[in-house]
Design a protein around this ligand. Structure first.
Ligand code: C2E
Ligand code: MG
Ligand code: MG
Ligand code: MG
Length: 286
């Protein structure tokens, strides 16, 4: 009897929590619709450096949502809402267009500096919809950005389902000169086998590995193996989430090509990024 009551309470509690989660989702979806037009969405840029000589090569575009009441909403939450509701198919192309436009402006504001790439996150749904190659082509033509200066980042989950379709989309992008990166690499189960079939230019080692390379021999071994494997396939490696000098130095020793992380530079507004271009050294080495 007691177990039954407990079970009932448990179910009731569970239902309430579930309902709250659903309600929040519905609420956020309503708020997110039109957020771009109201100017609540913006892009932050996180610098990406070449590890061998600390040279700034590009930046990742990261979407930010400042809600009038809630303040900053974490991308982990609102990107999920956008993905599940289908809103990402509206927002994704706007992000691509804005990122290409901004990257073209970096060039204009510092014409003597090396041209930088901009790396844009693309969600599984955007890849599945089939519109991606057209969205990319339009963003490039509107901005005048050279195709090789645009990178798109996809997670392994984007390949799940119709892998042949995903593979074709990526092939098409790469044929046009755009670079393709596999994001959060190492967190999926099938990372290695994907690399055999999916055409990519590089992998981004997930920050959960980088976080522990100094203390966890397994994470260091995996990171080292990913670097070696990627290089033997002729692809580039970026480390995400570099938070201190020791990690950076260790990654350099292991031959990692590029890196980003709070120690090198936080994601920043366009204006701050334009300032950074004037003296493009990592914050911690400045
Ligand atoms: P991601 O693509 O893996 O982006 C890297 C995340 O790591 C960013 O989180 C960044 O702020 C954070 N990060 C950077 N350096 C460090 C560090 O040193 N330590 C730690 N702990 N974290 C660091 P953010 O901006 O919260 O974005 C989270 C995720 O949301 C992104 O992960 C990406 O999957 C998604 N996202 C962001 N913007 C977009 C977008 O425009 N479109 C799509 N589809 N997804 C996006
Ligand atoms: Mg990314
Ligand atoms: Mg990532
Ligand atoms: Mg991530």
């Amino acid at each position: 009897y007691q177990a039954k009551v407990a079970g009932k309470n448990c179910a009731r509690y569970y239902n309430r929590v579930m309902n709250q989660a659903v309600e929040r989702h519905v609420y956020l979806e309503g708020e997110l619709r039109g957020a771009w037009d109201r100017g609540e969405l913006s892009l932050a840029y996180q610098p990406i450096y070449r590890v061998a000589d600390n040279v700034l090569l590009g930046a990742e575009a990261l979407l930010r949502w400042t809600h009038p009441d809630l303040g900053l909403v974490a991308p982990a939450i609102f990107i999920d809402v956008a993905e599940q509701s289908g809103l990402i198919e509206v927002i994704g192309p706007l992000v691509l267009t804005a990122a290409c436009r901004d990257a073209a402006l970096w060039r204009q504001s510092s014409p003597e500096a090396e041209p930088l790439f901009v790396s844009v996150n693309v969600s599984p749904r955007q890849l599945r919809s089939g519109d991606l190659p057209r969205n990319v082509a339009e963003s490039l033509s509107h901005s005048g950005l050279a195709p090789h200066r645009l990178h798109v980042e996809l997670t392994e989950t984007a390949m799940i389902g119709d892998e042949a379709h995903a593979s074709r989309m990526l092939q098409q992008l790469r044929a046009s000169g755009v670079r393709v990166w596999l994001d959060d690499f190492g967190t999926g189960f099938s990372g290695l086998s994907h690399l055999r079939r999916v055409p990519v230019d590089g992998v981004k080692i997930d920050h959960s590995f980088v976080a522990d390379i100094l203390h966890d021999a397994d994470d260091l071994a995996l990171t080292t193996a990913i670097i070696a494997m990627a290089h033997s396939l002729g692809i580039t490696v970026v480390a995400e989430g570099v938070e201190n000098e020791a990690q950076y130095t260790l990654l350099r020793d292991r031959g990692c090509d590029l890196a980003q992380g709070f120690w090198l530079g936080h994601p920043m507004a366009m204006d701050d990024f334009l300032d950074l271009l004037k003296s493009p050294v990592p914050v911690s080495l400045a």
